[in-house]
Write a protein that binds this ligand. Structure first.
Ligand SMILES: NC(=O)c1ccc[n+]([C@@H]2O[C@H](COP(=O)([O-])OP(=O)(O)OC[C@H]3O[C@@H](n4cnc5c(N)ncnc54)[C@H](O)[C@@H]3O)[C@@H](O)[C@H]2O)c1
Length: 287
């Protein structure tokens, strides 16, 4: 156990799977009290139990976090249970479809807006009064695709571009109230989304995204959580309005650069977390 978030209370949206699970477990290991928030179908209860079994402090919250009433309920739970809120991680997101725009369904587009954008809007709105009291911070999940766009998923890249600008806007206005706001922008990460067996990427797309990194591989959820930890902690006290890439060099890679990566670069680190739900992402439209 470390102490880099000792005494802090954090809400992590989308905390039941993928990167969110790693953030919850990393934060709890560093002393934070965590609200693991997600859809009722997500393994939020399991993640909570696993944290408690490891000696950490966590409670679950389930509900559709794109609805203001649920967002308010989640913040109220954190304050009722732990007395305050220091950190909001707007990590919830979806990746329901890959298609050229001519074939991209309106249903998937609306689903992306609701889950990738609306969640961050209502959660931030609900959390800010509490974050202003603690002089806390918000981190939004961006993406290299929020800067570069992504073929066969232009709408998804658009939602991440929104997150980058939204977080900068919040940073600019909330400095007056003592609240920092930043973005962590992952590249292709080893969750359900980036495998043809568990998500909407086909074999060609799967190969393209890893070749498009300088390291020739997916990042691990824990490697992303490590960046969230720094940005959320008081160590990042002079960091606001920043976009923090954790993308294996995707932003500067040209062509299939990953094919030339050294072996050590291609090797995923083992990490310290026990992650049981890395691939439990849901990657279709839930009705
Ligand atoms: N996996 C990647 O390669 C990658 C790359 C760049 C950015 N990201 C971003 O990281 C975040 C996490 O991605 P992941 O790969 O871990 O995916 P994931 O599907 O494993 O996790 C996202 C979680 O958010 C939950 N969620 C979505 N909408 C919700 C809502 N309205 N209410 C409650 N819960 C909701 C999902 O059910 C899921 O558990 C996303 O915002 C994503 O855009 C991921």
């Amino acid at each position: 156990m470390g102490n880099r978030l000792e005494g802090k209370v954090a809400i992590v949206t989308g905390g039941g799977s993928g990167i969110g699970e790693a953030i919850c477990k990393k934060f709890a290991k560093e002393g934070a009290k965590v609200v693991v928030a997600g859809f009722s179908e997500d393994p939020v209860e399991e993640v909570t139990r696993e944290i408690q079994e490891e000696g950490g402090t966590a409670i679950p919250f389930t509900g559709d976090l794109s609805l203001l009433a649920n967002a308010q309920g989640c913040v109220e739970l954190a304050v009722k249970q732990y007395g305050k809120l220091d950190i909001l991680i707007n990590n919830a997101g979806t990746f329901p479809e890959t298609n050229l725009l001519s074939d991209f369904s309106e249903e998937a587009f609306d689903y992306l807006l609701k889950n990738n954008i609306r969640t961050a809007f209502v959660m931030s709105k609900a959390a800010l009064p509490e974050l202003q009291k603690t002089k806390g911070n918000i981190i939004c999940a961006g993406s290299e695709s929020g800067a570069l766009g992504i073929a066969q998923n232009a709408p998804y890249g658009g939602t991440k571009g929104f997150m980058h600008a939204f977080a900068k806007g919040l940073a600019a206005e909330q400095a007056q109230k003592g609240v920092r706001c930043n973005v962590v922008a992952p590249g292709p990460i080893d969750t359900g989304w980036t495998h043809k067996e568990t998500g909407p990427m086909d074999e060609q797309m799967e190969q393209m995204v890893t070749q498009g990194t300088l390291m020739g591989r997916r990042g691990t959820p824990e490697e992303v959580a490590n960046a969230y930890l720094f940005v959320a902690s008081d160590e990042a006290s002079y960091v606001t309005g920043a976009i923090f890439p954790v993308d294996g060099g995707t932003l500067i890679a040209k062509g299939p650069a990953g094919d030339m990566a050294a072996q050590n670069m291609k090797q995923q680190p083992k990490g310290e977390l026990s992650l049981q739900h890395s691939k439990d992402s849901h990657t279709s439209v839930r009705k």
